[in-house]
Write a protein that binds this ligand. Structure first.
Ligand SMILES: Nc1ncnc2c1ncn2[C@@H]1O[C@H](COP(=O)(O)OP(=O)(O)OP(=O)(O)O)[C@@H](O)[C@H]1O
Ligand SMILES: [Mg+2]
Length: 324
């Protein structure tokens, strides 16, 4: 009995809170919170880092190094991978080679799971009964065939590469080293450059570990730090999310958009507190929405101003430190 009373009090509290938030959302013409997390990546919410994206793509085109996209949790590594994945198939390198791309987004993979995931991502057939080494041989052969016969290099994207089982790295290393001496010899000069480029992601801690334990890959890999959002990008980040929640994202103009009911000063404070990390910026903006919604309920003022931004940033400071 007591429990039921307790529960309903909680639910009542929860519903009041929800109504408060919704009143604020309705006031700004939004159909849902602009700062909720979306499970599926939504490309219309992306704020591009054009020069950084170009530097990734250029490195792949020159075919000198593998790439390690380095950045803290939530900094946008996966997002950049998706953008690079989108661009690469439309490009060709200076020799006229085109690109086949594969993306392994799952982690925690054992050797065989990793081999199978790579084959699947590159649409290469194999039998379930095969050993991991047979699967990876089939992948290697097909990558070489695509290079020789179709003038296609392979770009293989591996997310959070640290979070896989150690044995699976040997499979990656094998692909990273292609073509083998044997292959070079048998194709007499037709195979004079690497045919598979790895684009991996992970945190700085893992990059350091990789240099220590896998120098064979690390030595030939360029670490690229995901840049934090600058103020203009932070403004666009908020603007896009508001427009999206209003159902107006298709009309979004990056040169002229509204950040109402945020002030520019508030966004600057939030972005500084977030260190330009988009995931943290979203969390902070959501915190601000909650405070502003209370303000709207009491005084019909929906504004997220510097005062609210300071308050929320202060409250989140310790949390942000912990998750980093
Ligand atoms: N440039 C960007 N523009 C808009 N939103 C972004 C941008 N970069 C990242 N985000 C958003 O921030 C969140 C975190 O991004 P993402 O998942 O790419 O980071 P990550 O570095 O891969 O994180 P993790 O370490 O958790 O895998 C996502 O909600 C994503 O949509
Ligand atoms: Mg990620």
């Amino acid at each position: 009995m007591t429990i039921a009373v307790h529960e309903s009090a909680l639910i009542r509290h929860f519903n009041t809170r929800k109504e408060t938030l919704q009143a604020w959302e309705e006031h700004i013409g939004a159909r849902f919170s602009p700062f909720r997390g979306f499970k599926m990546p939504e490309s219309r919410l992306y704020v591009e880092h054009p020069t950084f994206l170009d530097s990734i793509v250029d490195l792949v085109l020159t075919n000198e190094r593998h790439i390690f996209l380095r950045g803290p949790v939530g900094s946008g590594k996966s997002t950049l991978m998706l953008l690079a994945l989108r661009d690469l198939p439309t490009l060709a390198d200076r020799r006229g080679n085109k690109f086949v791309t594969g993306y392994v987004g799952m982690t925690g993979l054992y050797e065989k799971q990793m081999s199978a995931a790579i084959a699947d991502s590159l649409k290469i057939k194999y039998r379930r009964s095969w050993e991991s080494s047979q699967i990876i041989e089939a992948v290697a052969d097909e990558c070489v065939r695509r290079y020789i016969e179709e003038q296609c290099r392979t770009a293989l994207f591996i997310e959070d590469v640290a979070d896989n089982q150690e044995a699976s790295f040997h499979k990656l290393r094998y692909l990273a080293d292609l073509p083998s001496e044997e292959m070079r010899d048998s194709f007499e000069g037709a195979l004079d450059e690497p045919v598979v480029t790895l684009i991996m992601s992970g945190t700085r801690e893992y990059w350091n570990a990789m240099m220590a334990f896998l120098p064979q890959i690390a030595d030939r890999t360029e670490p690229l730090d995901v840049p934090p959002l600058n103020l203009d990008q932070a403004l666009e980040f908020i603007g896009r999310r508001i427009a999206y929640a209003q159902g107006k994202i298709d009309l979004f103009n990056p040169d002229e958009f509204s950040i109402y009911p945020f002030t520019e000063e508030a966004i600057k404070i939030l972005n500084d507190a977030a260190g330009g990390n988009p995931r943290d910026l979203r969390m902070l903006a959501r915190g601000c929405q909650q405070v502003a919604a209370e303000g709207f309920k009491q005084a019909r003022n929906p504004k997220v101003d510097a005062k609210i931004a300071e308050l929320v940033s202060g409250a989140y400071e310790s949390i942000l430190k912990e998750v980093r």
